[in-house]
Design a protein around this ligand. Structure first.
Ligand code: NAD
Ligand code: UDP
Length: 320
């Protein structure tokens, strides 16, 4: 009998790619989303699939699914800084109350649950690269605290369910991931720069651009999550690509990739913006036999093609 999996945040960027993967693997997939930052377009190709059903639901309200469930992937949460700064309370609620509901459902169904945590649990890290032993450097009351602390609470309550109820739990700490189906106007640096290049605007680098990030292509991320779910490992695991680059150098790469002649302009660095970020993936290598396969050059080409195929009116839509 086919395994049945609930994926929250299914209409979002990562959630929709996970739906695709589990459908491909022969699972029955229930996608759940309240569409607060997601888009049904990301899963419209699955709507008529016999193994897919969509539940329009807010996971901060009681979560119920009829029938058996083998697995839950809890991915519902705003993920981009401008999203979670705009909807701070919902961000805190989905990471706390929403996670509580998903854990309760997992317990009721005796299902294994994997929760989507983040490199943001390390805050503005004082240890570099970041391994899973590092406790982090988070400003709880700063503007990003609504996301970071929600995710830290999420990890904490997940481990409590694991230790106290013996629930099978998995925690993935996701580092900046990109690819097709990101929202062009979600404010994250990759869609922001590509959108600016396509519209012929200057590229906005925040601060002096010396802050670093390490970008992971979505297919690699999905593979890591898939392996972690099926592993027997309940401690957190970093999944990301260690190939680190400064934001200024990255802006220059985008100008080269898009063949545009855009200028770079410097804007104020947002408060608590982490100065450096690079995953130590030794644990993922050892436990999951996983490491990224897609170079930034390859992944960015695919992502650029995706955004380039958008219509002029889609490109013009702005959030702020
Ligand atoms: P996204 O915004 O594209 O997707 C999130 C989805 O969750 C959206 O479809 C949204 O509508 C849905 N959602 C939000 N609140 C909800 C609620 N209360 N009830 C039901 N659905 C709700 O973001 P993403 O990049 O796909 O991120 C998915 C998950 O991965 C998030 O938990 C995020 O914290 C985590 N993550 C992502 C990254 C990344 O680089 N993409 C990095 C670290 C962590
Ligand atoms: N950034 C930037 N210009 C933009 C958008 C983002 O310089 O138009 C910077 C941002 O300040 C951060 C980095 O790019 O240092 C990555 O930002 P993103 O929002 O993608 O992710 P996060 O900060 O959550 O890693």
């Amino acid at each position: 009998m086919a395994k049945r999996i609930l994926i929250t945040g299914a209409a979002g960027f990562l959630g929709s790619h996970l739906c695709d993967r589990f459908i491909r693997e022969g699972y029955q997939v229930i996608g759940m989303d309240n569409l607060i930052t997601g888009d049904l377009k990301n899963i419209e190709h699955l709507m008529s699939h016999e193994n897919f059903e969509f539940h329009h639901h807010d996971v901060t309200k009681f979560v119920h699914v009829a029938g058996k469930l083998d697995y839950i992937l809890h991915f519902a949460s705003p993920a981009s800084p401008i999203d979670y700064l705009k909807i701070p309370i919902q961000t805190l609620k989905v990471g706390s109350v929403g996670t509580l509901h998903c854990l309760g459902l997992a317990k009721e169904k005796n299902a294994r649950i994997l929760i989507a945590s983040t490199s943001e649990v390390y805050g503005d890290p004082l240890v570099h690269p970041q391994n899973e032993e590092y406790y982090g450097n988070v400003n709880a009351i700063g503007p990003r605290g609504v996301y970071d602390e929600a995710k830290r609470f999420q990890e904490s309550i997940t481990m409590a369910y694991h230790r106290f109820h013996g629930l099978e739990t998995r925690i993935v700490r996701i580092f900046n991931t990109y690819g097709p189906r990101m929202r062009l106007n979600d404010g994250r640096v990759i869609p922001a720069f590509i959108g600016q290049a396509l519209r012929g605007e200057d590229l906005t680098v925040f601060g002096d651009g010396s802050q670093t990030r390490s970008f992971c292509y979505v297919d690699d991320q999905v593979e890591g999550i898939y392996r972690l779910l099926l592993s027997d490992y309940s401690e957190p695991v970093n999944i990301g690509n260690p190939d680190e680059i400064s934001i200024l150098d990255f802006a220059k790469e985008i100008i080269k990739l898009t063949g545009t002649n855009q200028k770079i302009v410097f804007k104020e660095l947002p408060q608590d913006d982490p100065l450096q970020r690079q995953p130590d993936i030794s644990r993922a290598r050892e436990i999951l036999g996983w490491e990224p396969q897609v170079s930034r050059e390859e992944g960015m080409k695919i992502t650029y093609e995706y955004f380039k195929s958008m219509s002029a009116s889609e490109l013009e839509k702005r959030e702020h």
